[in-house]
Design a protein around this ligand. Sequence first.
Ligand code: ATP
Ligand code: MG
Length: 480
Amino acid sequence: MPALSELQQNAVRELLRASPVAVELGERFAAAGYALHLVGGSVRDALLGRLGDDLDFTTDARPDAVLRIVDGWAEGLWETGLAFGTVGLMRRGFRLEVTTYRAEAYDRTSRHPEVTYGDSLADDLARRDFAVNAMAIALPDWKAPEAFVDPYGGLDDLAAAVLRTPGTPQDSFGDDPLRMLRAARFASQLGFHVVPEVVQAMTDMAGRLEIVSVERIADELSKLLCGALPRRGLELLVDTGLAAFVLPELPALRLEIDEHHQHKDVYDHTLQVLERAIALEEDGPDLVLRLAALLHDIGKPRTRRKEAGGGVSFHHHEVVGASMAKRRLKALRYPKDVTAAVTLLTELHLRFHGYGQPGTSAWTDSAVRRYVTDAGDQLTRLHKLVRSDCTTRNKRRAAALAGAYDDLEARIADLAQREELGRIRPDLSGDDIMALLGVPAGPVVGRAYKHLLAVRMERGPLPREQAEAELRAWAAEQGP
Ligand code: ATP
Ligand code: MG
């Protein structure tokens, strides 16, 4: 939990970095007779020391006035948000969004929030989702003691790492049910705890999510998944029942605890695989890998069979799971390449099963080759997914599986190298050799070719004249 003094230091450092741009903009608004505040996520992130290059502002100026004020100052402008009262602009590497005060106005049955402008900062902050997102800093004089506006105790909530709504959660979620998902998203992204009354409202009102557009839902899901603690966000979705409206396949995995405890809980296994996969990421959050980890076993509930001996089987769950993953990601309107990659990874996650296990024969080169070509550009992710899929507590078994996968990766590397070498040709072709030596096709050409191949392997590619000289020298050595 960050101390208040630490939050203050963060904010000062971050605001000093952003202030030349923010202060200049504030001065322009003041000169035109309008107010301007840094607001929302930007204030929160400044306090947390994680302010990026996105700055959000709120103002009493209507969008047409905002456009006039930034004219000639903005280095780039986008008006896509104009219908929602937002003017976006670039200035010295910062992306700025200036939004006119909103008044409380959501059509409770529509899929998109309706926009009505308000006249006060207080009303604007009151309609924001969480107290930590309802703070503002007045510009241009942000160092003035009264510049910091925090009507709902957002600073205390930040220090305590909790999420609560400015008003009652019932009113807030009634106005915009997406806020329930945002709570789970911030739990993952910031590691915050959602206060019990908000969790209760999420549980009671989960069904309201039905009126929210899938684009907004998927956007929050992706942000949740790419957060620091996706397990926390996902558990919140499942525990409140929200998951049924986002990713119903996830809570369905909980049914997999069987009465004899012969099979481990697939839901818990899935969350472990997700965390293990995250630990293998090299380059920041990888949405495709995280989705694949989350969805790789979703075919299990549908394929579960009780076997005669008392065991449980999930035959072809990877095939069933792949088509379920495809359908779900399509419904959530994920980009085609994301859907295709996650589907492929789900389908291939079991292929490795049996590799190098005692009693099974080793894979042939062609099986290794097929594994590589089937995975295509997803091979690196497949390695990570399969390694993460091993969640057994049996240390010896875990080590054996990791060892077998090391072996497979070594064979893939070895095969790649051999095939790379296999593609190497001498600097002169058989036709060149026949023409240069004036001999017909026959064993001499074969021997010359072999010699030139050995030279090529030894010394790398040679210029044409050197290759020809090499051939002549070899021919001279052969005698008449
Ligand atoms: P991020 O930029 O990481 O998505 P953020 O908190 O900045 O996080 P935005 O979607 O950029 O989220 O929104 C900016 C601010 O607008 C939020 O901090 C919050 O104050 C307000 N806000 C956004 N969406 C909603 C919503 N659905 N209901 C109420 N307030 C919202
Ligand atoms: Mg933002």
